[in-house]
Design a protein around this ligand. Structure first.
Ligand code: ZN
Length: 339
């Protein structure tokens, strides 16, 4: 009854990249690196299937970071001269590449891992891409001098890759937009429009993931400042409800998001975050089933997908595997209890 999926990223094995880091260095170069990425992708497909998940992803094993992995294949970006920039409204500093010329795709971005994943799972395959607004917030602009114009330029490129991924056999394309929770007014004003441009013409399911970030210290500290009720979703959900996006992924477990905000997504499929990515403590199936039960007050059973709050990239492999199992077991328990 309840489908299960992960938000997107999974930890990279030690033989592929540095572990428990958000921007890890690769352990290899050239063909050896490509092979290690393939191996890690297959390993995580197997781990997700073994855990019993319904929707499978590539675990983002082929990209160093969820935004920069895409940008590496974009012409008009200077990757050699990264600059330090405060991102997510200056929540933390990152070394980011610079946009220096008109943007154009150099070619396919994720063909290899998408086709590999498609060849190795018969389950629903989800593929993630960064959303236009989040890209704009994770790159230095030396060319457009206009966030909206640059977001629309990125949205066109994302759309090209998304259409190609659909042709590769991907069932769900998800755009990650953590920036929607930071620039709420802008998200409602133009972020959703840029998102729809990125998803234009897709016949597969179109999803968006909006979270409070990875479980890194800067995010944990930021959450402490958000008060006892986190109402960021309230501003952007109405725009999403009117949009052509099919699925919305949100953070629920161990967050201060009032669950009734799910009501604002009437008619959409909701990926309910039932797994905390900011804690190594593994959820019990009872806790997962409990969160599903709470969300069910506001979304129809057949529209609820149990999911992780965010990506698991910076966690240890052991904890991530245990959390995938808890997710599947908790959904099965909810299925029994709430049938
Ligand atoms: Zn996230």
């Amino acid at each position: 009854m309840f489908r299960t999926a992960i938000a997107g990223s999974l930890p990279k094995p030690h033989w592929l990249a540095e572990t428990e880091k958000l921007w890890p260095e690769w352990r290899h170069e050239g063909p050896a690196l490509a092979q290690a990425k393939d191996d890690a992708t297959l390993l995580w497909i197997k781990a997700q299937e073994d855990a019993g998940l319904d929707v499978i992803g590539d675990g983002e094993q082929s990209r160093q970071h969820f935004v920069h992995g895409f940008l590496e294949q974009v012409e008009g970006i200077d990757f050699k001269n990264k600059v330090k920039m405060g991102i997510r409204n200056n929540r933390y500093d990152a070394m980011v590449p610079q946009v220096v010329a008109p943007l154009k795709l150099k070619g396919r971005v994720h063909a290899r891992e998408a086709q590999l994943a498609r060849a190795h799972t018969k389950k629903l395959l989800k593929f993630t891409l960064p959303g236009p607004m989040t890209i704009v917030d994770t790159v230095a602009d030396r060319f457009y001098n206009d966030r909206v114009k640059m977001a629309m330029a990125f949205a066109e490129l994302l759309n090209q890759e998304a259409l190609a991924l659909e042709a590769d056999g991907v069932d769900i394309i998800q755009f990650d937009e953590p920036a929607f929770n930071v620039y709420m007014q802008e998200a409602a004003d133009w972020g959703v429009k840029a998102l729809e441009r990125a998803a234009q013409g897709l016949r597969c399911k179109k999803a968006v993931h909006i979270c409070y970030g990875y479980g890194i210290q800067a995010n944990i500290d930021w959450k402490q400042t958000l008060g006892h009720e986190w109402r960021q979703y309230e501003q952007v959900f109405p725009a999403l409800q009117k949009s052509s996006i099919d699925q919305v992924s949100l953070e629920c477990f161990h967050s201060h998001v009032p669950m009734d905000l799910i009501r604002l997504l009437d008619g959409k499929e909701v990926m309910v975050g039932v797994i905390d990515v900011a804690s190594d403590v593994v959820e019990t199936p009872e806790q997962v089933a409990d969160t599903i039960g709470k969300a069910l007050q506001f979304v129809r059973k057949d529209r609820l997908i149990a999911c992780t709050n965010c990506g698991l990239a910076p966690m240890s492999r052991e904890v991530a595997i245990a959390k995938l199992q808890a997710l599947a077991q908790g959904a099965a328990l909810a299925d029994q209890k709430l049938r």
